[in-house]
Design a protein around this ligand. Structure first.
Ligand code: ASP
Length: 322
């Protein structure tokens, strides 16, 4: 290599390393790939605000909704790999690999994992005056009224899409779905009575259930959820083996210096130990990740295993998007 080029490359490497050492020295952007007011946004705001204390820099939330969270995720993967753009996305990052014919990026190779953030149960909810009174009744009702019942979701690849897709396949009934950019706006329409039912994360649904704005039917996890008291599980209500839980993770673009990733992981772990974060997540039915889970290794392994787990299920369901 000619001396001038070699010197330039060496200087560049040095300045990148130096930049990573004093990371972060300006505002960090946390992309939530769903609209404000929804479950992803709620977790991003809660955790982002607490991470900003550990990072000693402001963390701003940028909501980039659409196409089941794939637009914002793709934008994060294409951002400058300097640690200043971080993505918070959920289980949909793994299912989108099999659901989309042209995803436009590869979450496994184009992103660098920072750590698992939380796990969140989901819950079936209906508009207040939706006739079924229990999950068992809901199943019978939607089967009998499949041409008029509407199911809201956040587009292909979202958690609400996944939950609904598995539900419809389990009861052998196809319903009309109404896609939104996120369950924040879907919830507004459910409360307003424009759609019939939804399967949403407890981080969004719990306040509306407790406030009597929507009817709650059943949680999607194998066990009941403490924050939602006596609500049965979908399994208890007659669908054997039905289980969906949402995990959230933080990523940065591939090529982000390790020193920056390490600082983000440390800030994430600090946020997940913040008593205010723990208590708020608990009220919303969600659980913070442990130190071991909030690590690049754990999230990297989870993403790979989830991509492999969902691929045959999605292929069998025959659902695809472009
Ligand atoms: N996480 C989405 C949101 O924040 C909802 C979903 O995935 O269904 O709106």
């Amino acid at each position: 290599m000619p001396r001038t080029i070699a010197a330039f490359v060496a200087a560049l490497a040095l300045s990148t390393a130096a930049a990573a050492q004093d990371f972060p020295n300006r505002t960090v952007t946390l992309i939530a790939p769903f609209p404000a007011g929804g479950p992803t946004d709620t977790v991003a705001r809660l955790v982002g605000q607490s991470m900003s204390k550990a990072l000693r820099q402001t963390v701003i939330i940028e909501n980039i909704g659409g196409a089941g969270g794939t637009i914002g995720s793709k934008r994060a993967a294409a951002a400058k790999p300097d640690g200043y753009t971080v993505l918070l996305m959920h289980i949909g990052i793994a299912t989108s690999v099999s659901l989309y014919r042209n995803l436009g990026y590869n979450p496994v190779t184009d992103l660098e994992p920072v750590g698992i953030v939380t796990t969140v149960p989901m819950v079936f909810i209906g508009r207040k005056d939706f006739p079924p009174a229990s999950m068992k009744e809901l199943i019978a009702y939607v089967k009998a009224n499949k041409d008029k019942v509407t199911y809201a979701n956040s587009g292909v690849g979202s958690a609400s899409h996944l939950c609904g897709m598995l539900f419809m396949s389990a009861i052998g009934t196809d319903l009309t779905t109404v896609p939104y950019k996120g369950t924040g706006p879907a919830m507004t329409d459910l409360i307003g009575g424009q759609v019939d039912f939804l399967c949403d994360q407890t981080t969004n649904a719990t306040p509306q259930i407790k406030g009597g704005k929507v009817k709650a039917y059943a949680v999607t996890t194998a066990r009941r959820v403490k924050a939602l008291g006596d609500l049965p599980t979908v399994q208890e209500s007659g669908i054997a083996g039905y289980e969906v839980g949402v995990w959230n993770g933080l990523w940065v673009p591939k090529g982000t210096p390790k020193a920056a990733v390490d600082k983000l992981t440390a800030a994430l772990r600090a946020a997940l130990k913040d008593p205010a974060v723990i208590s708020k997540l608990g009220d919303l039915g969600s659980e913070p990740a442990s130190d071991q889970e909030a690590s690049p290794e754990a999230l990297g392994a989870l993403l790979k295993s989830e991509v492999a787990r969902w691929s045959p299920i999605i292929r069998k369901a025959g659902v695809y998007a472009d």
